[in-house]
Design a protein. Structure first.
Length: 496
């Protein structure tokens, strides 16, 4: 009956091709019969299940036909008299109507996802989405469904759906579901996927960051309980923590493990008698270290001051804050392609320069992929550098940003992260670049003068710590390190 009705309603140039009928041809065969080797065809991927779409693309490419993904399709564009959707919005089921809370369904779903060795899922089947969230809709006649998509990650749920009233919005918020416009689904998930791919690409730095978090928690605990160790012993501790990680090969450079006045020497090497100096509470400790893994190389510096009873010197807090401002200023900048490291270096020094201070080393260097930790061709430097600070900064490069300040004979501070150079999203659409942090280790906020930070700088620091907690916190939890995860939550608390 359906094919008879369809033939009556379809008008030229439409022709019904009912699947499985002897006089019908498949989409693939129709395309192959009407296109030639070297031709192109556009496909709306939203209309294909993944496996079917992949099969179609492979078959067409094998015949020399190129495929381009397009947004939308001609039928939607020319269907002027298409019946509108009903205006009635989705509704919420009550507990006696749904029988199972959303949180329980999500817990079960995430367990099933993990069993498949995945951590996230995108739902496009409307009945799945309605069931999961205990809602129903009226977008399709006779079917209580609402047009929607859902993305479920280990810690988030994103729903893409229109026509939600205030009650629905409050309900979704109470279930920790983030609501987005339906039209935003593709762009949001494409960006989300790109971010996840970037995280997978830089897994060694996530592992390494997690080791640094475990180390910093250990150091704080030991010092506050009065157990002190030599600079050499502390350096050995972080090395042993890294050595336990997957794909570890060895150190990427000698570790700068420097306590007190030793931290005033930018390249202090803890060896011999000098390395026997104890790391204690109530003084500065600077660790600059890194490792080689079979899938990447790391380099990171953190400066901490574990205070048990003595107040932290205000001049240290002030100058440490200036160093942080410089780090943020460079890390947060957006710049046109074709700019050089020597042009960007001044951004990291600006805050220090305004009070007549500076540091004598370069601001950053390239980092290899299981290769040299100091790699050319690009670097940040305003005087001299190991590599060419006149080389262009290009998309895909990995560079460190590591401003510092050193009060001779007293203390020193440096904040170093690895960053990937990425394409920046600017309104003009022009070819601009920016930086994305690869090192995800908390920056001690108790040694920062918050009154010296601008609103943008505070926002950067809070956003950075949100990402640290989201990525490294998840890694620690999945590794069974609950204590470290809880410690990290405190370190990543927002500053106001």
């Amino acid at each position: 009956m359906d094919d008879i009705l369809s033939r009556e309603q379809l008008v030229p140039p439409f022709t019904l091709m009912k699947r499985g009928q002897s006089d019908s041809v498949t989409v693939e065969d129709f395309i192959l019969a009407n296109l030639n080797d070297g031709d192109w065809i556009g496909i709306d991927p939203s209309l294909y299940a993944y496996e079917h779409g992949e099969k179609l693309v492979r078959k067409l490419k094998s015949m020399g036909i190129s495929v381009a993904s397009i947004r939308g399709n001609l039928v939607d564009e020319f269907w002027d008299d298409r019946p509108p959707l009903q205006s009635k919005g989705p509704i919420i089921l009550t507990p006696d109507e749904h029988g199972c809370p959303v949180k329980d369904k999500l817990t079960d779903l995430r367990k099933r996802i993990a069993q498949k060795k995945c951590d996230s899922i995108i739902l496009s089947a409307l009945d799945d989405i309605m069931w999961l969230l205990n809602i129903r809709g009226f977008d399709i006649k006779y079917n209580p469904l609402a047009y929607s998509y859902v993305l479920v990650t280990p810690s988030e749920v994103h729903l893409f759906m229109d026509k939600a009233d205030d009650a629905m919005r409050k309900y979704l918020e109470s279930e920790a579901v983030t609501l987005h416009p339906y039209a935003d689904a593709y762009d949001f998930m494409a960006k989300w996927y790109e971010q996840q791919a970037g995280l997978n690409k830089h897994k060694p730095r996530i592992r390494d960051s997690a080791a640094l978090v475990s180390f910093l928690m250990w150091l704080e605990t030991e010092l506050l309980e009065g157990r002190f160790y030599s600079e050499i012993e502390v350096a050995s501790k972080i090395e042993s923590m890294r050595a336990a990680l997957d794909k570890y090969v060895g150190l990427s450079t000698f570790s700068i493990s420097a306590a007190g006045d030793h931290a005033a020497k930018p390249h202090h090497h803890p060896e011999g008698e000098a390395g026997k100096r104890l790391v204690t509470a109530d003084e500065v400790y600077l660790l600059d270290s890194g490792a080689h893994y079979r899938d990447g190389t790391t380099d990171v510096t953190r400066t901490v001051w574990i205070s048990s009873k003595s107040p932290i010197p205000q001049d240290f807090i002030r100058n440490n804050t200036l160093v942080l401002k410089g780090h943020i200023n460079l890390a947060n900048t957006v710049f046109p392609q074709g700019l050089t490291g020597i042009r960007l270096d001044t951004l990291a020094r600006h805050a220090l320069w305004q009070v007549g201070l500076d540091y004598g080393h370069g601001t950053g260097h390239g980092v290899g992929h299981f290769l040299n930790v100091h790699e050319g061709p690009a670097s940040f430097g305003h005087q001299t550098a190991s590599y060419d600070s006149d080389a262009w900064i290009r998309e895909g490069m990995i560079l460190t940003i590591e401003p510092g300040y050193y009060a001779e004979g007293k203390w020193g501070t440096r904040i170093e992260n690895c960053y990937e150079v990425v394409r920046a999203n600017v309104p003009s659409g022009a070819n601009f670049l920016g930086f994305r942090a690869l090192t995800l280790v908390p920056i001690q906020t108790s040694i920062i003068d918050k009154s010296m930070l601008t609103a943008d700088e505070i926002n950067w620091l809070n956003s950075y710590h949100d990402r640290v907690l989201s990525v490294v916190g998840k890694f620690l939890e999945n590794s069974g390190k609950t204590a470290e995860s809880k410690w990290l939550q405190k370190q990543c608390a927002h500053i106001q």
